[in-house]
Design a protein around this ligand. Structure first.
Ligand code: FES
Length: 143
């Protein structure tokens, strides 16, 4: 019997099913990876020791914002380092700059003191939560 292109190949239905099953399998794998990746990323900061660079990068009386770590490190006095969350307590923006002894949020103008993270200017009404930072061989580390 000659080949008739209008007729489906005997195996085409089965092939379609296999592709469908394959996609479900991939989607399942992707979502599983996404879940475990989130777990890994939260664990990475502690595993890596939270290295933030040299103490000499932090100006005395000022500070530096580490956006990817969501941390701001300040040096209120020579050799005294403090760390705070860089997430503004008003609406959750990442703070944008440190100057004049204050950490400034660009979203609505809140400011926090570099000495203790307390509110210097609203609308934020809660201080930036402090984080622990330590110095090892001139390097700043979280935790
Ligand atoms: S989110 Fe920072 S001032 Fe509003």
């Amino acid at each position: 019997m000659p080949f008739d292109p209008s007729q489906p190949e005997p195996g085409s239905t089965r092939r379609g099913m296999l592709v469908g099953v394959g996609l479900v399998g991939v989607a399942g794998t992707l979502s599983a990876c996404g879940g475990s990746k989130d777990d890994d990323s939260s664990g990475d900061a502690s595993k890596s020791g939270g290295g933030l660079g040299k103490t000499s990068d932090i100006p005395v009386g000022g500070g530096k914002i580490f956006k990817s770590e969501k941390v701001v490190v300040t040096q209120p006095k020579q050799g005294e380092f403090k760390a705070f969350t860089a997430v503004c307590t008003h609406r959750g923006c990442t703070v944008g700059s440190v100057s004049g002894g204050q950490i400034h949020c660009p979203c609505h103008g809140s400011a926090f003191n570099v000495t203790d993270g307390s509110v210097a200017k609203g609308p934020a009404d809660k201080p930036l939560a402090s984080k622990s930072v330590k110095v090892e061989n001139g390097e700043l580390k979280l935790g």
